[in-house]
Design a protein around this ligand. Structure first.
Ligand code: BT5
Length: 252
């Protein structure tokens, strides 16, 4: 299996570990190179949103990968990262985790981790991708805007650990699921569905900037897209980056 994290570049503070990793990837850094920071001054989420990244309180990690997959397949990298974080929480720290498609890992119904995968594309292949993972580790309180939606490992377990203690097992799980994403995507998709209460039979509203649909989730397509059944029985495949998803109630 591949190793991720044999080279880890540590910074006290960066704007965004994803930006630092993208620069390194563009100048040839090999697969598995990681960037880890104690603090981000401009941590990013999707669509220009920000990621709260206070000094010493979270894990801010970006991993460079160079998978032989098609660009249209790149959502599987987000799914692999979410499964790796979910397993680390459950197996390493006994925190029950739930994955909310496409890029949130939840604990007790609150967001404990966000994932931002950014890719450079050449033709229809990926030249490289940067898997950015933010995990709330030591926070006991959050800024007002996210105080009702966020949680941390410390809040969930009562334990205080260093972010690097989470990074080590996370990189091992990520290596396994990254490998599966490339070689056996069906195994990864099945594991993701097993870890997500949103995957099957969940009534959801999916919104993008110019449309909105409501339906029932019907698992993942082979590309990693979420399958949503509309009221008339039509199945829509929803791709990451386009939408946000609001769970309503769970139906059979
Ligand atoms: C994400 O975006 O959840 C992806 C976050 C990725 C962060 C990592 S840290 C390492 C790497 N370097 C970066 O610059 N980024 C990556 P999205 O789904 O768009 O969610 C963003 C939303 O989550 C915000 O608008 C807030 O509502 C909420 N949020 C912000 N900071 C949070 C935090 N620390 N914990 C929980 N929720 C947060």
């Amino acid at each position: 299996m591949r190793t991720l994290g044999s080279t880890i570049l540590r910074f006290d503070r960066v704007a965004s570990t994803n930006d630092a990793a993208k620069e390194m990837a563009a100048s040839g850094a090999p697969e598995g190179t990681c960037v880890l920071a104690g603090e981000q001054t401009a941590g990013r989420g999707r669509l220009g949103r920000s990621w709260s990244s206070p000094s010493g309180e979270g894990l801010y990690l970006s991993v460079i990968v160079r998978p032989a997959i098609r660009a249209a397949q790149s959502t599987v990298l987000t799914l692999a990262a979410a499964v790796a974080v979910g397993e680390t929480l459950e197996l390493g720290f006994q925190v029950p985790a739930d994955i909310k498609w496409p890029n949130d890992v939840m604990a007790s119904g609150r967001k404990i981790c966000g994932i931002l995968v950014e890719s450079a594309i050449e033709g229809d292949r990926l030249q490289y991708a940067v898997i950015g993972i933010g995990v709330n580790i030591a926070q006991q309180a959050f800024p007002d805007e996210i105080s009702r939606v966020a949680t941390s490992l410390r809040i969930e377990t009562g334990r205080l650990i260093a972010p690097e203690e989470f990074a080590r097992p996370l990189l091992e799980h990520l290596a396994e699921w990254y490998d599966a994403a490339v070689k056996e995507p069906a195994r990864l998709l099945a594991k993701w569905e097993a870890l997500s209460s949103y995957a099957q039979g969940c009534v959801v509203q999916v919104e993008s900037s110019d449309w909105s649909i409501e339906g029932v989730t019907r698992g993942l397509a082979s590309t990693g897209a979420l399958r949503v059944e509309l009221a008339d029985g039509e199945i829509r495949e929803v791709f990451s980056g386009e939408v946000s998803l609001r769970a309503r109630t769970v139906s059979g």
